[in-house]
Design a protein around this ligand. Structure first.
Ligand code: SF4
Length: 494
């Protein structure tokens, strides 16, 4: 992940700042509620949604179990179709490969299709350091790039911006990157979209190299699949001479037939559309591509690990690799709705970011150790997930890892990590709870004593516990322990 992300404060500090921003909260609330309501209606149209969800989960689980076999099959199919496959163990290697590929073309500019994988590795920054300018062509990514900002949502990276802010960004910045915004420019969505279209058109027509990701890769045919809504992706995928795809290794599916599931679940979960407007598929260079046909004459696929095989080694955490990046979990998350995406300090914000980033990056940094706690564990993310990732289960699993330490896989080697700093009180409380819960007699005596002394119970916890009661009321102690009540009412001791 990018070094910028890792320079972020821990989630509680970043979120505290964000929730004070009334405009941000209003923008997020409006956008997430609109998308979540539309998604719920789109999903309700399908009677077999539950079966589609189970099928998507099964395909992904099967693929992850046999990932080595399917990746080799994919490599063979892409190579046979005229593409070149590169393997990148981490972000640095992927950035080096892409930079060298661009340099070999002699070009100093690339156009980009929106891609989480390239954000994850900080590709734009790496290209910039090598003197190559990367132009984002997705409308929301363009807003983020022109605004010198960071994405705050998987699908709508500029969700935190309103129309007036976007107009101001276009007016101030477009001219520095290419064709300036028309003058005058209002904040009507159609005007803004037209300004972006004109600005981007000259980039599409000039670019010789494009960089993209992929939503899926089909092992049996070597086919790459990109879903998008604006048509910018198709321009990037067809007009330039060289096409470079950077894709996480978990994006492979075994057969072309498997796409039938995700073609239904992904658009409905992400943009609430029955079918996404543009689905572009290509296989290597194909018979109609290359020098004599349409499309790029060179295709490179960079298969990115960057912590994925380590994540795969964790039996509970590996389910995060099923994610198809629909962002439905963000739109229903009460924490995301208030804190916004930047607070997560990761290109993957929201519930999926809270479980994916600490696995891909490890829990050594303060921000990564804080992410598993960035949730109320309400379970709304699990309910909407089209591949049934049990995010609350992984959150609890990762909290245990942060507080207790334990075995993890790093760079393919099994190691035991130490507990993260700052969880001493939590560990002591859990140890005390275990001692007490293992001794029912002592627990009963303690409950009775607490009930008798309930008037002395503090409203706020002292010491490190004060942070917990700063924002919550301590529950009041009942006059009678539950077990005594049960025995009195039902007559059978519990
Ligand atoms: S975890 Fe599930 S709901 Fe969230 S982005 Fe991934 S696939 Fe979508």
């Amino acid at each position: 992940m990018t070094r910028t992300d890792l320079g972020m404060p821990a989630f509680p500090d970043a979120a505290r700042e964000a929730v004070r921003d009334g405009v941000l909260r209003a923008n997020l609330r409006h956008a997430t509620h609109t998308i979540r309501d539309k998604r719920a209606r789109a999903v309700a149209e399908l009677e077999d949604w539950d079966r589609l969800r189970a099928a998507g989960k099964a395909v992904k689980d099967h693929t992850l179990r046999h990932l080595d076999r399917y990746l080799l099959q994919l490599e063979a199919a892409v190579t046979a179709a005229g593409g070149t496959v590169h393997w990148a163990v981490d972000a640095d290697e992927a950035n080096r490969i892409v930079t060298e590929l661009v340099r070999a073309t002699g070009e100093r500019e690339v156009v980009k299709v929106k891609s989480m994988a390239t954000q994850e590795i900080g590709l734009n920054e790496a290209l910039e350091a090598a003197g190559i300018t990367a132009y984002e062509t997705d409308l929301a990514e363009l807003i983020v790039q022109l605004g010198h900002d960071r994405p705050s949502h998987i699908l709508v990276p500029a969700i935190h911006r309103n129309r007036a802010e976007i107009r101001d960004i276009f007016r101030a910045e477009m001219g520095r990157w290419g064709r300036p915004a028309p003058d005058p420019l209002g904040d009507d969505p159609r005007e803004l979209a037209e300004a972006a279209r004109l600005h981007l058109r000259e980039k599409f027509l000039r670019a010789k190299v494009a960089v993209c990701g992929a939503n899926f890769m089909v092992a049996e045919t070597g086919t790459m699949v990109v879903f998008e809504s604006e048509g910018n992706g198709r321009m990037c995928l067809t007009l330039p001479e060289t096409l470079i795809s950077v894709v996480g290794i978990e994006k492979v599916v075994p057969t072309f037939r498997d796409l039938e599931i995700f073609l239904q679940t992904l658009p409905r979960s992400s943009t609430a559309e029955r079918m996404n407007p543009y689905t572009t598929m290509w296989t290597g260079l194909g018979p109609s591509r290359g020098a004599d046909g349409d499309g790029p004459s060179a295709f490179h696929l960079v298969l990115l690990d960057n912590g994925r095989t380590d994540t795969l080694a964790d039996e509970t955490g590996r389910q995060a690799l099923r994610c198809i990046r629909c962002s439905a979990c963000l739109n229903v998350c009460p924490v995301y709705e208030r804190a916004g995406g930047h607070a997560y300090g990761s290109v993957y914000p929201g519930p999926i970011g809270a479980v994916l980033s600490p696995q891909l990056r490890g829990t050594d940094s303060e921000i990564d150790a804080s992410l598993p706690y960035a949730s109320t564990l309400c379970g709304a993310c699990y309910d909407v997930c089209p591949v049934a990732i049990d995010i609350p289960e992984i959150l609890v699993h990762l909290r245990e890892r942060v507080a207790q330490g334990g075995p993890v896989t790093r760079h393919g080697i099994r190691v035991r990590i130490r507990p993260a700093h700052g969880h001493t009180a939590e560990r002591a409380a859990m140890r005390a709870a275990r001692l007490l819960l293992d001794r029912p007699g002592a627990l009963r005596a303690g409950e009775r004593l607490l009930a008798r002394a309930r008037r002395l119970a503090p409203r706020r916890l002292p010491g490190p516990g004060a942070a917990w009661t700063d924002t919550r009321d301590l529950p009041s102690v009942p006059a009678e322990p539950f077990r005594d009540w049960w025995t009195r009412e039902r007559g059978t001791p519990q």
